[in-house]
Design a protein around this ligand. Structure first.
Ligand SMILES: Nc1ncnc2c1ncn2[C@@H]1O[C@H](COP(=O)(O)OP(=O)(O)OP(=O)(O)O)[C@@H](O)[C@H]1O
Ligand SMILES: [Mg+2]
Length: 276
C-alpha cells in the first residue's frame, strides 16, 4: 500500500522544526536554526528528505506555520502546501502530545504563549515576551556568552541568594505560603560578590517564575490543576526545578511531553489531516 505522509514545518523566531506524520504517528523530526523563512523551510525539509531517504511522491501535503510562515507564498517543490495558524497548531500539537483534550498549554519558545485547547475550540489566552530569547539576550550582555548551553553550565553552579532578594532577607517569618527561600525581588539583591554563575541562575529563575505564574493564573481561571509545557523551553531542567517550586506553592502541576519542542510542527501537520 502506498504510504501517505504529511510534513509539518514550524518556522519559529529562532529555530525551524520539521516533522513527518504517517497514520497519525510522528515518524521523522528535524531541527535547524531559523535563517530567512524560505531557506529555513526548504533546508529543514531537504534535510529530512535526504537523511531519511523519503520519496517526494510519498508526501501528500506540507503544512507550514510559525512566525516566518507568511513569507512562503507558493507550493514547495510542487507538493500541495498550506498554512496552519500558529495558535491552532500549538493547541492541536499540545493535545496530541499530552494525549488528552481540554488542556492549558504554556508554549515556551523565544517568547511564551498560553493557550487553552480543547477539541471544539483553541483559545489564545495571552502570553509574555519573557521566554528563551530573554535568557539568551540578557546572557549575551551580562555574561558575555551566546550559547544556551553555556548559560546552563554557569547556572548549574549558581547561588540565587547572591542576586535575588529572598523572603528570608526581609522577613523573620513566612508570609502566607511564601517560605524564606522564595524570591521577594528578582535581582533585587545583586551583591557585589555575585558571580556570572549566580547571574545565570537568576536569569533562568526569573524567566521560569514569570512563565510559571502566568501558567498558574491561566490554570486557575479555567479551574484546572495542570499545565502542559511545550516548546524548546520545556526541556530546561533548571527551569523545571523552578516550576516544581511553583507547584509546591500553588498546587498547579506541570507536564513535559516527549518531543515538546516539535509541538507546533506536529500540530501543523496534524491540522492537514482534516483537509481532503
Ligand atoms: N535548554 C533550553 N531551555 C530554554 N530555552 C532554550 C533552551 N535551548 C534553547 N532555548 C531557547 O529556546 C528558544 C527557541 O525555542 P523554540 O524553538 O521553541 O522557539 P521558536 O519556535 O523559534 O520561537 P517562537 O515560538 O517564540 O516564535 C530560543 O530563544 C533559545 O534561546
Ligand atoms: Mg515556536
Amino acid at each position: 500500500m502506498k504510504k501517505i505522509m504529511i510534513i509539518g514545518i514550524d518556522i519559529g523566531s529562532t529555530t525551524t522544526k520539521a516533522v513527518s506524520i504517517e497514520d497519525g504517528r510522528v515518524i521523522h523530526k528535524v531541527k535547524t536554526k531559523a535563517l530567512d523563512a524560505v531557506t529555513s523551510a526548504t533546508g529543514a525539509f531537504g534535510k529530512m528528505i535526504v537523511e531519511n531517504n523519503i520519496q517526494i511522491g510519498e508526501i501528500r501535503r506540507i503544512m507550514i506555520t510559525g512566525a516566518g510562515a507568511t513569507k512562503l507564498k507558493d507550493d514547495l517543490f510542487g507538493i500541495p502546501t498550506g498554512k496552519a495558524e500558529e495558535i491552532n497548531a500549538i493547541g492541536i500539537g499540545g493535545m496530541f502530545l499530552a494525549g488528552r483534550d481540554n488542556i492549558i498549554i504554556a508554549n515556551v519558545g523565544t517568547g511564551t504563549a498560553i493557550i487553552d485547547a480543547s477539541s471544539d475550540r483553541i483559545l489564545h489566552m495571552g502570553g509574555s515576551g519573557v521566554g528563551g530569547g530573554t535568557i539568551l539576550g540578557l546572557a549575551k550582555k551580562l555574561l558575555a556568552v551566546s550559547e544556551f548551553k553555556s548559560v546552563m553550565e554557569l547556572a548549574e553552579r549558581g547561588k540565587l541568594n547572591q542576586v535575588d532578594l529572598l523572603m528570608g532577607d526581609i522577613m523573620e517569618t513566612d508570609l502566607s505560603f511564601l517560605g524564606r527561600e522564595s524570591t521577594a525581588s528578582n535581582f533585587g539583591k545583586m551583591l557585589d560578590s555575585a558571580r556570572n554563575e549566580d547571574i545565570a541562575l537568576g536569569l533562568i529563575n526569573m524567566v521560569y517564575q514569570v512563565i510559571g505564574m502566568l501558567s498558574v493564573f491561566a490554570a486557575k481561571s479555567k479551574n484546572t490543576g495542570s499545565v502542559v509545557v511545550t516548546g524548546n523551553g520545556s526541556s530546561n531542567l533548571l527551569g523545571r526545578r523552578v516550576l516544581e517550586e511553583i507547584t509546591a506553592m500553588y498546587k498547579v502541576t506541570f507536564e513535559y511531553p516527549e518531543d515538546a519542542e516539535y509541538t507546533t510542527a506536529i500540530g501543523a501537520g496534524l491540522s492537514a489531516c482534516t483537509v481532503k
